[in-house]
Ligand binder design. Sequence first.
Ligand code: AMP
Length: 215
Amino acid sequence: MRLVLLGAPGAGKGTQAKLLIEKYNTPQISTGDLLRAAVAAESDLGKEAKSYMDRGDLVPDRVVLGMVKERIAHDDCLSGYILDGFPRNTAQAEALDGMLAEMDMALDAALSVDVPMEDLMKRLTGRRTCQKCGQMYNIYFSAPAEENKCDKCGSELYQRDDDREETITKRLEVYESQTAPLIEYYTGKGICRSVDGTGAIDEIFATVCETLGLD
Ligand code: AMP
């Protein structure tokens, strides 16, 4: 399955992607995660990306496209993958189509996870992630048993630099103006599906699987 996950920041794309990976053993390619790893490693690419990310802007297409092209050529992607946070604008979507055509491949679906704008701010400002195992929490909706500690592995939780209020507003604006039009782009190709991203995570996941025709 070659799947694009669409949805505003905080819609729960990453959470649903992680559940799909656990169940179907498909690699998740999150450009946000790849960029954060580059920033942490202080590579040239990471240094360039950081200023855009801190402002809530998109990193230039050429940086992201190079990363994705390299990643989808790996052997573990032969039977499919989940693209999480990519493409983010029409130019990236067209470039992805071009890359796939070169490999004689096509996307199976683009799935939009829909959450009302008014819910997203709380989801994003409350988001915390375990620095060791990546487990995600929300201090408003799904807080860990002990403050700031991961229930699974006991490590400390952190808040992403770009999950602060001023950056979030910008990221939501960027989503509306640049990424939301992709729903129409993939609808035009006949492969766009959508699910309601509000409610319990496991119920959303059941709908995701059903919508994608997965057992
Ligand atoms: P995310 O974790 O997907 O919310 O991404 C965090 C930040 O990384 C975004 O606000 C952008 O600055 C950058 N980013 C992630 N994916 C992309 C992409 N496909 N194109 C451009 N910038 C991206």
